[in-house]
Structures are given as structure tokens and as C-alpha cells.
Design a protein around this ligand. Structure first.
Ligand code: NAD
Length: 481
């Protein structure tokens, strides 16, 4: 059975697409066709932006609603998404290979939590604030919604990363045109169904399925006021160039190559840390931007670290993403598996020691699987230590002392995530403070709706989530009274 859609969700209605072009969705686990949707053309983007513009400019519309009313509509969307959470998780997992036990909590559950978080938050936040003026009187400082947001999401966490954008945008009073990734669209259409069933006014959320050309068209569209993008650093750079020319505000959540720093006092007992270590280094088959894929190991415990990771990685259950026992599913596409395998070949070619994995798992004769792969004795300047692989491939790199570990962690063009593993939490914080990164965990890695998420260096610009993610969808006005 396949899931097929014939119409696009624009202006609060299901409308016929302007062209006959369609995008086919494929199961990463079985390589079978699982659905198809219309592909948006430029005319559809024009219609979506116009609908978002109308909804934003409406003098009695969304942006003028008080916080309680807006929060209530956001909560109604949360209820609609919650009712579809299991189906959402299934659709995401089928398309991109994310193990269902991960997508149930994340793709099914996290957007609901983020929406509720922002709904609660805006009810506590004044939109206007009075400040004393130096010359007497006051200044009224207002936080106004930035306008029509073009939100562009990748395929690896399509719903969660869309929620990083739509939840604060809605909370601020913005309207949106969301462009999901062509690999993950069945979930985007389910999201559209949730929006249609919610109390959000027509045109507040519009969806344009398409690839990079449609994304680029949206980025440069004259009626868009802000771009919120998650994806590769290469695409982010080109979007930033366009936004720079247009002086259009942009937030960019890009790639990463983070360090998991194992201190010499770390607890390496997998029965205690296995789950957290998995979440920080391998979750979603390694297709996660913030993972600590460079394992920095103290020379004093180097062999133990290599053995621990080797045992851990070879013990992970590999299988169909929809099987509840699966911990490692397939790569999201054939092309992406080729890319990951290219990096494994490069690692071998550059002299790293292959400890485990390196091939395709036995018994998986269909689906784009790659074995969890561990390299040891990796040089930090080598290709596999510097470039984002985005697959289940980890590199162990030895260090001599903490200064050396911090130097290696920071010797990267990226700065998105990372983790420190130690039995001394204060020592963990000391090291975490020295790492050039936007986010880092101690003995775990777990983003939270209440705190800012994003990267430094080539990992991006600006922050999503937290009050900062809301502020990124607002502009300030000072009224001198
Ligand atoms: P990608 O950059 O190829 O595509 C991401 C999205 O942008 C897709 O919807 C795509 O159609 C669109 N797009 C591509 N080029 C565009 C352009 N020039 N203008 C407008 N839109 C464009 O990335 P991907 O392969 O889908 O996702 C994987 C990448 O995303 C990895 O590099 C990963 O690290 C990054 N990522 C970052 C974060 C983060 O929060 N920092 C989170 C998840 C993924």
C-alpha cells in the first residue's frame, strides 16, 4: 500500500498543484515505493507566500491575537499532532530509516512538547516593556513578529527540526511557508492534516514540497521576511549569501563534527552509560548533526576506550527501521549510503585502523544499510576526522592531557555539539566551558526546548529553541514616550 496525495496545503486549503510533477517517496529499509506527493512549482510557492503574507498582514489576524489566544491555537495543533504521533513516527522511519523506537519519542513526541513549551512561554512574556529614558519620560520597547518566515528543513529529523522553526515562529505571531526535504514528505503532509484540523487560521502555515531549486526560490522571494534553515553547511553558505544581499534575517543550523571527550576518570561501564553514549554518538544511524563522532581518548585508557566502543558498536541490533528492536537502521537514501561508504574507504586509505564494521551488515539484502564502523588511531587532521560523514562511523583519536584534548576538540571547522565523559561533574563543566561549540553535554547529550540550540564556526548562525529562538522571530521597536 502506498500513501498518495493529490493536493497541496496552501492558505488553509487543499489546492490543486500548478504542475503535474510529483515526488516519489521510498522506504530506506525495503527500497520500495511507499507514496507520492505533488511537487510544488514556483507558482505554488508564490501562492503559499501570498497566503502567508495575507494571514500576516490581516489587521485582525494572527499577529494581533493576544498571547493567550495564540497559545490556545498552538495547543490545539499540539493535540492534533499528538493524535497522529504514532503514524508520524512510522512515516518518518519508513522514509529516512530512523529506528521507530527513536522516532516515536522524537518525531512523534518532541514537536508536541516544543509547541506546548512555547505556548506556555508566551503567556508569561510581556510584549511591551517600559524603560526609563535618560532625558526623562520612558521608552516603550515592543517585540513585534518578524513577518513571513521561510522555513527549510532537512530529512534527518524532519518533524523535530520543522518544529524548531514553526513553534517559535507561531509563538511570535509570524506566519510560515515550510519547505520540507524531498526525502521526507509523507510526514509533512500528515503535519498539514494536523494544521488543517487545528485552530490555526488559514494561511498561517503553508507547505511547499520540493527540492533545492524551490528552496532557493523561497529564500529569495520578495515577500518573505526571514529564513530559518537547517541543513548542510554548503547549502547554508549559499542561503546566507542570498540573505546577505537582501539584508534578510536568517538563522542557519548546519553541519557538525563534534568531539566526545572521554576523561581519564570516565565510567565506561556500558550497562550504566550505554544508552547515553548511544544518544551522544550514534543516534539515528549517525544521521544527526550534533553527534560526537570524534572520540577523544586519554592515552592512559586508550585500548580500553577502543575495546569498549568496538564491543558496543558490534552489539547494536541492526534492522528494518519499523522493527521496535532496531537500534541501527539504514541510511536515508542510496546516494547517501554511497557517500558514507566513500568516507569508510577514505578512512582505510588514509591509514586509520578499522576496528569493527566497514561493510554492509550480513542478512540485510535490501535497504541502504551500513555496518556500525569504528576506526582507531585516527589523525585529527584526516578526512574522516574533519568532514561530516553523517552515518554510523566513529573515529577514536588519542590525547595526552586535558589541554591536548581541548586543542583537538577545537581543531575543527565545526562547533555544534559534543560531550564530556567523567565521574567528576565539576571537571566535566570545566572542560565543557573550554570547547568551542554551541552545545555540549556532560555524560549525556540531550537538547531541551528551554535552552538555545545551534552552532559556532561552520555549524551555523543564530540559535533555535529557548527564549533566544523566540527572539529570532521578533523585531524590536523603541517608542520614545
Ligand atoms: P541539505 O543542505 O542538502 O538540504 C537541507 C534542506 O535544504 C532540504 O530541504 C533541501 O531541499 C534544501 N536546500 C538545499 N539547498 C538549498 C538552497 N541552496 N536553497 C534553499 N534550500 C536548499 O541537507 P540534508 O542532506 O537534507 O541534511 C543533512 C545536513 O543537515 C547535514 O549536514 C546535517 O549536519 C545538517 N543538519 C544540521 C542540523 C543542525 O541543527 N545544525 C540538524 C540536522 C541536520
Amino acid at each position: 500500500m502506498t500513501i498518495d496525495y493529490e493536493r497541496l496545503f496552501i492558505g488553509g486549503e487543499w489546492v490543486p498543484p500548478s504542475s503535474a510533477a510529483r515526488i516519489t517517496l521510498t522506504s530506506a529499509s525495503t527500497e520500495e515505493t511507499i507514496g507520492s506527493v505533488p511537487e510544488a512549482a514556483e507558482a505554488d510557492v508564490d501562492a503559499a507566500v501570498a497566503a502567508a503574507r495575507r494571514a500576516f498582514d490581516d489587521p485582525a489576524g494572527w499577529r494581533t491575537w493576544d498571547a493567550a489566544r495564540r497559545a490556545s491555537a498552538m495547543r490545539s495543533l499540539a493535540v492534533q499532532l499528538e493524535a497522529r504521533a504514532d503514524e508520524m513516527a512510522r512515516r518518518v522511519s519508513s522514509q529516512n530509516g530512523m529506528p521507530i523506537q527513536i522516532s516515536t519519542g522524537l518525531e512523534g513526541g518532541f514537536p508536541v512538547s516544543i509547541l506546548r513549551h512555547y505556548a506556555d512561554f508566551i503567556e508569561t512574556q510581556p510584549v511591551e516593556e517600559e524603560r526609563a529614558h535618560l532625558q526623562g519620560g520612558t521608552t516603550l520597547v515592543r517585540r513585534e513578529p518578524i513577518g513571513v518566515v521561510g522555513a527549510i528543513a532537512p530529512w534527518n529529523y524532519p518533524q523535530t527540526l520543522a518544529a524548531f522553526k514553526f513553534a517559535p515562529a507561531l509563538a511570535a505571531g509570524c506566519t510560515l511557508v515550510l519547505k520540507p526535504s524531498p526525502e521526507t514528505l509523507l510526514d509533512a503532509f500528515l503535519f498539514a492534516e494536523a494544521v488543517a484540523a487545528s485552530d490555526l487560521p488559514p494561511g498561517v502555515v503553508n507547505i511547499v514540497p520540493g527540492g533545492r531549486e524551490i528552496g532557493a526560490y523561497l529564500v529569495a522571494h520578495p515577500d518573505v521576511d526571514k529564513i530559518a534553515f537547517t541543513g548542510s553547511t554548503a547549502a547554508g553558505r549559499s542561503i546566507a549569501e542570498v540573505c546577505g544581499r537582501l539584508l534578510r534575517p536568517v538563522t542557519l543550523e548546519l553541519g557538525g563534527k563534534s568531539a566526545a571527550i572521554i576523561l581519564d576518570d570516565a565510567d565506561l561501564d556500558l550497562s550504566r552509560i550505554g544508552q547515553d553514549l548511544f544518544a551522544a554518538t550514534l543516534i539515528n544511524n549517525g544521521q544527526t548533526c550534533y553527534l560526537g563522532t570524534r572520540i577523544l581518548a586519554p592515552r592512559s585508557r586508550y585500548d580500553e576506550v577502543v575495546d569498549t566502543f568496538a564491543g558496543f558498536m558490534s552489539s547494536l541490533t541492526i534492522g528494518d527501521a519499523l522493527d521496535p528492536a532496531t537500534l541501527i537502521g539504514p541510511m536515508a537514501s542510496r546516494v547517501h549510503r554511497e557517500r558514507v561508504e566513500g568516507y569508510i574507504a577514505k578512512g582505510k586509505g588514509e591509514g586509520a585502523r578499522l576496528v569493527t564494521g566497514g561493510g554492509r551488515p550480513k542478512g540485510q539484502d535490501r535497504g541502504w544499510f551500513v555496518e556500525p564502523t569504528l576506526f582507531a588511531d585516527v589523525g585529527n587532521r584526516s578526512t574522516i576526522a574533519q568532514e561530516e560523514i553523517f552515518g554510523p562511523v566513529l573515529s577514536v583519536i588519542p590525547y595526552t592531557d586535558i589541554d591536548d584534548a581541548v586543542r583537538l576538540a577545537n581543531d575543527s571547522d565545526y562547533g555544534l555539539g559534543g560531550s564530556v565523559w567523567t565521574t567528576d561533574p565539576e571537571r566535566g563543566r570545566e572542560v565543557a566551558r573550554r570547547v568551542q561549540t554551541g552545545t555540549i553535554g556532560i555524560n549525556r547529550y540531550l537538547p531541551d526546548p528551554g535552552s538555545p540550540f545551534g552552532g559556532v564556526k561552520d555549524s551555523g548562525l543564530g540559535r533555535e529553541l529557548g527564549p533566544e529562538g523566540l527572539a529570532a522571530h521578533q523585531q524590536l521597536k523603541s517608542i520614545y514616550c
